[in-house]
Design a protein around this ligand. Structure first.
Ligand code: CP3
Length: 346
């Protein structure tokens, strides 16, 4: 079967489907014993930077569950290393980046190498996985979006309330805009390179976008998202899904983006998301990952069923969690969920 014909690609193009496709954000990760076995002797970065290992880990969840997509094992922060930033994942503390980017001189020092030089390992991993999947299951490439990448660059780690990010926006807007311009170039080239290496579709993660209100979104973020999505879609012809969390208040504006589908977290129902977008477009989501982690199947099932029923009226529905799967999630819950979604008649 050609990859253009797979279920998920049809749904993202608003075509009719016999069932609801499903994948999970962070589906390759620490909730899987086979991931932990490989991780035991290596750091997260070593795994990402060794194409054979990244490829193997990408395929692990597909060997265990009949999922409808793979997502390449990398991180939104790895492309920043090539800009001259040091990145470390510190157990219990999350990602740590240095130096913090705060001034125009800091922005000017960030370099923009071609992705084949800076993240060649991820492009190689895509080539391996793409060959293995042979078009039977589509492979996602992905990137962080400039706002979320800026949060990590400016704050040096998870942004909290993003005080330094907003300080730059409000007190040094020219610095902010030059940083966004540079990151937009990085993101465009990275996404295009992933498709050229074999990715079948793309997801753009703007995980922290919900920290902004509508006016700030419009002034400081929207021009760059418009530009990235338009330019990527002009250069490569694969679908692109836009994902953020806590972005309910921004949905009317996000609607202007030329994405093929939007990810929705659990805070907003799928029909409410569609109403706020004001148009028919496929949606992806939106089970609370904490429910999948801590709920019994008796609690998880009715929620999954509600989401699937709500998905019926949409232009298209890709089942996913509202955010990444948690490390403590019981495999049994995942197995039952995948089975339930797979057997639900669309
Ligand atoms: O989804 C997938 O399976 C593909 C791989 C993937 C990872 N990170 C692997 C990873 C993807 C798509 C991401 C995206 C990512 N990374 C985002 C956007 C999506 C989101 O969750 O909001 C963000 C904000 C990051 C930054 C990041 N990377 C954080 C906050 C952490 C957790 C830090 C920690 O110590 O737990 C990471 C690390 C990370 N990225 C892990 C994985 C599997 C855990 C690595 C490990 O220690 O084994």
């Amino acid at each position: 079967m050609k990859s253009e014909e797979t279920l998920l690609l049809r749904v993202v193009r608003s075509e009719r489907a016999e069932r609801v496709p499903m994948w999970m954000m962070r589906q390759a990760g620490r909730y899987l014993p086979e991931y932990r076995a490989i991780r035991k002797d290596r750091s997260m970065l070593q795994m990402v930077q060794t194409p054979e290992v990244a490829a193997e880990v990408t395929l692990q969840p597909l060997k265990r569950f009949p999922l409808d997509a793979a997502i390449i094992f990398a991180d939104i922060l790895t492309p920043l290393i090539g800009m001259g930033v040091s990145l470390d994942f510190v157990a219990g503390e999350g990602p740590q980046l240095a130096p913090h980017i705060r001034t125009q001189a800091d922005v000017d020092r960030l370099s923009l190498p071609h992705p084949s030089e800076s993240v060649g390992y991820t492009l190689d991993a895509i080539r391996i996985v793409s060959r293995e999947l042979a078009g039977k299951t589509p492979l996602f490439g992905f990137s962080g979006a400039p706002f979320t990448l800026s949060c990590y660059l400016i704050e040096g780690g998870s942004p909290g309330d993003a005080a330094n990010v907003k300080r730059m926006m409000y007190s040094a807007p020219a610095v902010w805009h030059s940083l966004q311009d540079k990151l937009s170039q990085l993101v465009i080239e990275y996404l295009v390179a992933q498709v050229e290496a074999g990715a079948d579709l793309l997801q753009l993660f703007d995980s922290w976008l919900g920290l902004l209100g509508p006016s700030d979104y419009k002034e400081y973020v929207e021009p760059y998202l418009l530009r990235i999505i338009d330019e990527v879609k002009a250069r490569v012809s694969v679908p692109l899904i836009f994902f953020g969390t806590s972005t309910g208040g921004l949905f009317p504006q996000l609607s202007k983006l030329n994405a093929d589908a939007f990810g929705v977290d659990w805070r907003l129902s799928l029909p409410d998301a569609e109403t706020r977008l004001g148009r028919k477009i496929p949606l992806q989501g939106n089970l609370d990952p904490l429910l999948l982690c801590y709920g019994t199947w008796e609690k998880i099932r009715p929620e999954a069923e509600r989401i699937l029923n709500e998905g019926r009226g949409l232009a298209g529905h890709i089942f996913n969690l509202g955010h990444g799967i948690l490390q403590e999630t019981p495999i049994d819950n995942v197995e039952r969920l995948v089975d339930f979604v797979r057997n639900f008649k669309a």
